[in-house]
Design a protein around this ligand. Sequence first.
Ligand code: IPE
Ligand code: IPE
Ligand code: MG
Length: 249
Amino acid sequence: MTVKPILFNNLPADLDQVRLPKHVAVIMDGNGRWAKGRGLPRIMGHQRGVDTLKDLLRCCRDWGIPALTAYAFSTENWGRPLEEVEFLMTLFERVLRRELREMMEENVRISFVGNLEVLPLSLQSEIARSMKDTQDNTGIQFTVATNYGGRQEIVQACQAIATLVQKGLLNPNEIDESLFERHLYTTGISHPDLLIRTSGEMRISNFLLWQLAYAEIYVTQTLWPDFNREEFYKALLEYQQRERRFGKV
Ligand code: IPE
Ligand code: IPE
Ligand code: MG
């Protein structure tokens, strides 16, 4: 049997190493449509999507991108059929358990953002274990948004800050952007430079509302399970052609 070579093991020559995004965020969308197109149940698309994410994580490492954040489950995704939600929760748990050893070997530091307290307890304990075991790793910073909602994140930050004010520990005029950020789930993680959304939808679906303020947005029609290194290369190429002005001229 011949082993298929991994395309683009090294950074493609026409990408500028210096101008790569330092943090890429992805809305992994289109799993259901990928499966439907093949006459398969939706869950098969989610299953396949895990392989895509694994290779993207490795690709970021190979090409020198230090942070990746992936949207795995939104606060709105609870509204899906129960079997699908249950499948996803079990899948997350299974993948975490299975991949922890490799993440250690590959020096990945994993963390989770979102309202984790309402996730199944067995998943919560895998999450806690993977975060604890990898916390001193110095390679790629990999963040998984699970039961994440941007509005919810902002509301919980407001509650935490209001509590400090109520206790007399904080003066309202001390509330500024940097203090606010310290109460977000993503505190300590740089803002994404590039947001990729697969499957063609032109929306951010409640993802990182605060943090994406100046991210470059790249939407591809490709469905998430088909998003490979070549697709990532195209996204980075377009990113490097953008002029980031941050409101200036
Ligand atoms: C994204 O794919 C995965 C999750 C939201 C968990 P979808 O499941 O939304 O796939 P489509 O959009 O229905 O094709
Ligand atoms: C966004 O995809 C959420 C995740 C990828 C986890 P959705 O498929 O849930 O978003 P909408 O419903 O198309 O906005
Ligand atoms: Mg979708």
